[in-house]
Design a protein around this ligand. Structure first.
Ligand SMILES: NC(=O)c1ccc[n+]([C@@H]2O[C@H](COP(=O)([O-])OP(=O)(O)OC[C@H]3O[C@@H](n4cnc5c(N)ncnc54)[C@H](OP(=O)(O)O)[C@@H]3O)[C@@H](O)[C@H]2O)c1
Length: 266
């Protein structure tokens, strides 16, 4: 996701730091961020392996919660705004309708709980904080579901994909544009930033195969998805707050078409 921000924000002098350059879980991160004198800090660093987080709770909180605190303190010390990137996994999926920003949270996993703690840290330690929740990311230069599925389709003619998960596929380039647009405002608060529309995971898979030139591969929708962490079943996000600012993201099918049409950057 950070790579998309660097590409889309090239005109705005985006500085992207790797974990080796800035470990957000360490207290030194505060001074490292402040010393850069940024106008805006986007904290996209996270321990994102949802299943591994279940058995590595300490690390999950160190990166996803304490890391958000350090990013917020660094932004605050620099007089900068902060955009803390968060997730649909702060919800439990029980609502039965797309989630808006002020819906009650109830994470089902360590990952979701640690990211929710990160939201709280960000709001608490930075007066100019945005929370940007997103979901089901795909983008250039990063491992993602679209890429993995098309790789599997090369040597399998039938794929089993869960149909009981419904969410909001989101193209990192569109998310990056929305984050940069949000950062130009002073409308601090919580935002959902996903491509428009939503779908079940098996529908997403069929669309990927169709648009990705592998329409001959069959997708069987299954209800059970064996995994260590519990995921919300029905957790599409609705960008209500961003729409009020005129920040609109295209439909996910349009986004997927653009993603698949563009070659991976060298
Ligand atoms: N992917 C999704 O579908 C999705 C959905 C909802 C929300 N999000 C959120 O979107 C953001 C970006 O996600 P992503 O999918 O782009 O994640 P990603 O590909 O896993 O990237 C996360 C980045 O954080 C870095 N990182 C890990 N621990 C760090 C630390 N202690 N200090 C500094 N950097 C550290 C990782 O570096 P290493 O590779 O060196 O470990 C990696 O570059 C995250 O906040 C995530 O929670 C993602």
């Amino acid at each position: 996701m950070a790579q998309a921000l660097a590409r889309r924000g090239a005109a705005e002098r985006v500085i992207c730091l790797s974990r080796q350059q800035l470990d957000v879980s360490q207290p030194e991160a505060v001074a490292t961020i402040a010393d850069l004198r940024p106008d805006l800090v986007v904290n996209a660093a996270a321990f994102t392996d949802v299943d591994r987080c279940e058995d590595a709770e300490q690390r999950a909180y160190a990166v996803n919660a304490l890391g958000a605190r350090h990013a917020a303190l660094g932004a605050q010390a620099a007089g900068a705004a902060l955009i803390q990137v968060s997730t649909d996994y702060v919800f439990d999926g029980a609502k039965g309708q797309p989630y808006v920003e002020d819906d009650p949270t109830h994470p089902l996993s360590v990952y979701g709980a640690s990211k929710l703690a990160g939201e709280i840290e960000a709001r608490h330690h930075c007066t100019r904080a945005f929370i940007a929740r997103t979901a089901w990311l795909f983008g250039h230069g990063a491992d993602n579901f679209v890429r993995r599925l098309l790789a599997r389709a090369k040597d399998q003619s039938q794929l089993k994909i869960v149909r009981s998960q419904v969410g909001s596929p989101t193209f990192c380039d569109d998310l990056a544009d929305a984050i940069l647009a949000l950062g130009r405002t002073e409308a601090y608060g919580t935002y959902h930033l996903v491509n428009e529309g939503y779908c079940a995971r098996d529908v997403f898979a069929r669309t990927i195969l169709r648009l990705g030139g592998a329409a001959g591969v069959e997708v069987e929708g299954v209800d059970h998805f064996p995994a260590r962490a519990v995921r919300p079943g029905y957790a599409p996000l609705f960008n209500r707050a961003a729409a009020r600012l005129g920040i609109l993201l295209p439909h996910w099918e349009d986004a997927l078409t653009r993603y698949l049409a563009a070659p991976e950057p060298a």
